[in-house]
Design a protein around this ligand. Structure first.
Ligand code: F6P
Length: 370
């Protein structure tokens, strides 16, 4: 008999509940107990707060968005900001307390479902001796060592649907619509949704963009009788001069800067340089919401069950990964080393250019050669 504890950390992603469902059922089948920690690691700080999870508690959650356990991207237990009696903010390390409670509860393993930030924390606990298995989650698809993370397919579908809807209004008003999508420093969501959703230009962090090039594409549209355009911009895209866009300092306890603003910048430059009526919108957290697609559900269910098999095989310190359609263990430390970027020589980039999409760089690959 084993006792497992699950946590969901970082920004939520469609498919989290499917992983929880899969872990609970796989453990139940083996006669093991499962607990859930609330809001990432917060639940570990008070053992009375741990949630016992049985198949009845997770009935039908595989098809729902969000996480029944709650999540946070502010609660790093190794550097947790707390307010002292004088009202000052102090940063404290509560990792020893968490490890102590893990042992007091008699847990055999912690299944940590998270992106780079949460898996980095999980890895630090593994280094402190906690048996940990990781499950890769993020709509950004930016984790190394796995072909896919769950949540990405749903986010791309949502963004593509939004682009489909924008075509008719852009066309009716002869407008340029600039759509800012998520993805942090990786352009996966922008590239996949932009190609599939008929964008005229896609700007991703991997290719610093030149506004001249983007405006030339819009003027080229005009020349060819197309008086509207759709531009997809990843939130982490930068100008060729190196300007990045974020919302400043961020929030207390949040380690990553809050990105945003590039869509409005691109729209205002297009307006200025082409005189076209231009609007911008930020798809934002819509991309994280809703029910997981079939692909994400299945991937999440496969990740959850494979994670439990990895507990059985004592593959602690490893993350379950998708490699060429197979579930394989990879060291967590390798998965979090770098962010997975779009390779600029991949076939999706060639596909975009061959169908005339401007990628904002100076290669001009979208141009007709005759
Ligand atoms: O990492 C997932 C993600 O949705 C990013 O794409 C985005 O930059 C960030 O999280 C937003 O985080 P928050 O929930 O704090 O607004």
């Amino acid at each position: 008999m084993k006792k497992i504890v699950i946590s969901t950390g970082g920004g939520d992603a469609p498919g989290l509940n499917a992983v929880i469902f899969a872990v609970v059922h796989s453990c139940y089948k083996r006669g093991w107990e499962v607990y859930g920690s609330r809001d990432g690691y917060a639940g570990f700080l008070d053992i009375d707060d741990m949630i016992r999870l049985t198949p009845k508690d997770v009935a039908e959650i595989y098809s729902t968005g969000g996480t029944i356990l709650g999540s946070t991207n502010k609660g790093n237990p190794f550097s947790r900001p707390v307010e002292n009696l004088a009202g000052e903010i102090q940063v404290i390390d509560v990792s020893d307390k968490i490890l102590k409670n893990f042992n007091r509860m008699g847990f055999d393993c912690h299944i940590a479902i998270g992106g780079d930030g949460s898996l980095d924390i999980a890895n630090r606990f593994a280094e402190k001796g906690m048996p940990v298995i990781g499950v890769p989650k993020t709509i950004d698809n930016d984790l190394e060592e796995t072909d896919r993370t769950f949540g990405f397919d749903t986010a791309v579908s949502t963004a593509t649907e939004a682009l489909d809807k924008l075509h008719s209004t852009a066309k009716s008003h002869n407008r340029v619509m600039v759509v800012e999508v998520m993805g942090r420093d990786s352009g996966w969501i922008a590239l996949y949704s932009g190609i599939s959703g008929g964008a005229d230009a896609i700007l991703i962090p991997e290719i610093p963009f030149d506004m001249e090039e983007v405006c030339e594409k819009i003027s080229d549209n005009e020349l060819h009788g197309k008086h509207y355009a759709i531009v997809v911009v990843a939130e982490g895209a930068k100008t060729k001069e190196g300007t990045a866009f974020n919302k400043g300092e961020g929030e207390l306890g949040r380690e990553e800067v809050v990105l945003g603003g590039v869509g409005e910048y691109v729209a205002s430059e297009i307006r200025k340089r082409t005189d076209k009526d231009t609007r911008s919108l930020v798809l934002g957290h819509l991309q994280r919401g809703g029910s997981p697609t079939t692909f994400d559900r299945l991937l999440a269910l496969r990740f959850g069950t494979a994670a439990v098999r990895m507990v059985e095989e004592k593959k602690f310190g490893h993350m379950v990964a998708l490699h060429n359609s197979k579930m394989v263990p990879v060291p967590i430390v390798d998965a979090i080393k770098n962010r997975k970027k779009v390779q600029t020589d991949c076939d999706k980039i060639s596909t975009a250019e061959d169908i005339g999409i401007c990628l904002g760089g100076t290669s001009g690959g979208w141009r007709l050669t005759r």
